[in-house]
Every structure is written in structure tokens, then in C-alpha cells.
Design a protein around this ligand. Structure first.
Ligand code: KG4
Ligand code: ZN
Length: 360
């Protein structure tokens, strides 16, 4: 029992819940109502802070979170039409992520929780991404396969009806988002690289350049993108330093095709091996337009039930963090006390505390 929360659990559970996310380069806050509906979902991006460095600078990320977090939370409450005193609980990302960035969200949430005398729930960012599949469609079937594709993770899970997650496989080296970001940097495109490659690739020929596609030699379910990245580097070394925009478009389209076809093939291998017919694809890279097209085509062909979250829930957001927190509060009543600490290396550990979001 959290001694700071004199009100009984029935009161917290019947009140709106605030989610806070600050694990990387987005400062986000969202409010869910007692039924789990998203009342607001505010994200302050730090693209302008990190753009000139071509990637996230951890110290700058932490400072940017400090300067905007209060405004982002105020805006989330305002848009939700909720007064701060009516909040029932706060959920905050405790890991994985950048230590300095996580600390800002966790300490802000602790302060609010203490002042308002409401429970504080520490949430795993990856569980947040996994749960985003059920934010827009609470009826998506379980068990299913979940592919988490973000800047730091490329993980395939089997998720059970009770919310447990078993890790089926992951990347041996780079995450898919990292492959996009580093590839974009090599091509002279802006940060973040995923959306930049996605945009430029629309004007290119996907078959123009042949790139290696990873296939596991051990029959294991796994990914690898480092060979692909090296291949792009060598191809660029053999080309003129100043590429024409058509060449960049062809390189981007072919490189993107190599990444997304490996993601799709491996996810469908996991479906075939487990005999499951439902696939959820979540995380920042799930916003990729070519990946979404290929997934939809293949799912239709193979009669697979597919969940692709709306764009607002693909990249980092606080609605997914609030949804996990709400589930934890409703099911196990588990609440972190004020000594909640960040865990930058946090894993799903074979278990997700989340099940489908209850609708009532
Ligand atoms: O989930 P996310 O917002 O943050 C992490 O938890 O990492 O994912 C960020 C990643 C970045 O690598 C970004 O380049 C990639 O998602 N991304 C995309 C697209 N939008 C974001 N990758 C490919 N195509 C996109 N449209
Ligand atoms: Zn993320």
C-alpha cells in the first residue's frame, strides 16, 4: 500500500490517469479517462534540438525535457478538460531509455504524485509500445505475434491471452530504426532518418540497387542489419561524392526495401512457426509507409489479422504509457512507491504486465 495515497483504490480507478513519457527525444503527456479512452495525447518533439548533430545528444535531450515537461503536462490536462486535482494516478516510463532523459519524467511524476497524494506507476517503455496495438482496437485478438520495431529495438514476441509475452527473437546487432537513421546519415538526409528515407524513397526504384537481406543460418528467429549498413557504405564509396537526387532516391528505396522485407518475412515466419494468425506491428518504424503496405498485402494474402497502430501511437507517446499504467492499476493494483528508480536497460523479461485494455 502506498502510504501517500489515503484514498481507496476504487477512487483512483474511477478517475482519469496521466501518462508521462521522456525516455528519449520526445516529451509526452496523455490523459486517459476511467474507461481507458484517450482524452489527450501531447508530444513535444526535440527534432530541432538534435537535428544539427544528426542524432540524439543525451545531455541536450535531458535539458530539453526539463524545459518543456511542465507545459506539456499542462497542455495534456487542458486538452482533456481535466483539472489536476481530479487525477487518480500517474504512470511514467521508468525504462529502457536514456538515463538523464528518464530521470526528468520520473522525478516530475514523483513530485506530482507526492503533491496530489495519488499512486505513481512505473511503466516499461517496450510494454507501452506493445500495448499501443490495443489502444485503437481493444478487441484485437490474443494470442498474437507482436513485432516491436523502434530506434533501439527489433523484437518479436508471442503475447498470450493473460498478457504474458515470450521473446521469440530479436536483432543480433542494430535495431531497424538504427539502420534507417544511420543509412539516412550516410545518404546525407536529415535526422530523424526513418521518415526522411520513407519520404525520399517514394521517388526511387526499389530494385535499382541490390542490397543483402539477412537470413539466419541457424533457423533461429532473428534479425541483423549491420551487413546491410556496411553494404550501403561500400556502395557509396564507389560512387561520386555528390549524388544526383535520383540516385539518392534509388539508394533510399532499395535500402528501405531490404530492411522492410526482412521485417515482414521474419514476422510471417514467426506466425507460421507458432501457428498464430494475428500480428501487431508497433514502434516508430511501424510508421514506415512501405512496411505498412507490404504488411497489409501479405496479411490479406495469408489471411492474417493485422494491427498497425495509427501514426500518433507508432512513435513515442504517453497514451501507451498511460494505458499500461491503467492496466496495472486495474488488474494487480501494483503501484510503485516514491523510491521508484529509472532502469535504462529494462527488458520485458519475458513478461508483460499488460493485457488488452479493458473497455470498462
Ligand atoms: O518508437 P520510437 O519513436 O522511439 C524509440 O523508442 O526508439 O522510434 C524511433 C525510430 C527512429 O529510428 C526513427 O527513424 C524511426 O523510428 N521511424 C521511422 C519512421 N518514422 C520513425 N522509420 C522508418 N520510417 C518511418 N516513417
Ligand atoms: Zn519508443
Amino acid at each position: 500500500m502506498n502510504s501517500l495515497c489515503p484514498r481507496p483504490p476504487s477512487v483512483w480507478q474511477a478517475s482519469p490517469l496521466l501518462g508521462i513519457e521522456s525516455s528519449c527525444d520526445d516529451t509526452a503527456a496523455a490523459v486517459l479517462d476511467r474507461e481507458g479512452r484517450v482524452l489527450s495525447n501531447i508530444v513535444a518533439s526535440q527534432v530541432s534540438v538534435h537535428g544539427k548533430f544528426g542524432g540524439v545528444v543525451p545531455e541536450l535531450a535531458a535539458r530539453a525535457h526539463v524545459s518543456v515537461i511542465e507545459g506539456v503536462v499542462r497542455l495534456a490536462l487542458q486538452e482533456a478538460g481535466i483539472q489536476i486535482k481530479n487525477l487518480g494516478a500517474i504512470a511514467v516510463t521508468e525504462g529502457p531509455g536514456l538515463a538523464g532523459a528518464l530521470l526528468i519524467g520520473v522525478n516530475f511524476a514523483k513530485g506530482l504524485s507526492y503533491a496530489l497524494e495519488i499512486p505513481l506507476i512505473g511503466v516499461n517503455h517496450l510494454e507501452g509500445h506493445i500495448t499501443s496495438a490495443w489502444l485503437a482496437d481493444s478487441t484485437f485478438p490474443l494470442p498474437c505475434i507482436v513485432l516491436v520495431v523502434s530506434g533501439g529495438h527489433t523484437h518479436l514476441y508471442q503475447r498470450e491471452r493473460d498478457g504474458r509475452c515470450e521473446l521469440l527473437g530479436c536483432t543480433r546487432d542494430d535495431a531497424a530504426g538504427e539502420a534507417f537513421d544511420k543509412g539516412a546519415q550516410m545518404l546525407g538526409l536529415e535526422y530523424p532518418g526513418g521518415p526522411a528515407i520513407d519520404r525520399v524513397a517514394r521517388h526511387g526504384d526499389r530494385q535499382a540497387i541490390s542490397f543483402p537481406r539477412f537470413r539466419s543460418r541457424t533457423n533461429k528467429i532473428e534479425f541483423s542489419f549491420s551487413g546491410l549498413k556496411t553494404s550501403l557504405l561500400y556502395k557509396l564509396r564507389g560512387m561520386d561524392a555528390h549524388l544526383a537526387s535520383e540516385q539518392v532516391a534509388d539508394l533510399a528505396a532499395s535500402y528501405q526495401e531490404a530492411i522492410v522485407s526482412v521485417l515482414v518475412d521474419t514476422a510471417f515466419t514467426a506466425l507460421a512457426r507458432t501457428g498464430l494468425a494475428a500480428l501487431a506491428v508497433v514502434g516508430g518504424v511501424s510508421a514506415n509507409s512501405r512496411l505498412r503496405t507490404l504488411l497489409k498485402e501479405r496479411a490479406e494474402r495469408e489471411d492474417v489479422h493485422l494491427s498497425l497502430p495509427p501514426m500518433a501511437y507508432c512513435t513515442d507517446n504517453a497514451a501507451m504509457i498511460a494505458a499500461v499504467g491503467r492496466r496495472m492499476l486495474m488488474t494487480s493494483g501494483s503501484r510503485s512507491v516514491l523510491d521508484l528508480d529509472i532502469d535504462p536497460m529494462m527488458a520485458v523479461n519475458g513478461r508483460c504486465a499488460t493485457g488488452p485494455i479493458p473497455t470498462s
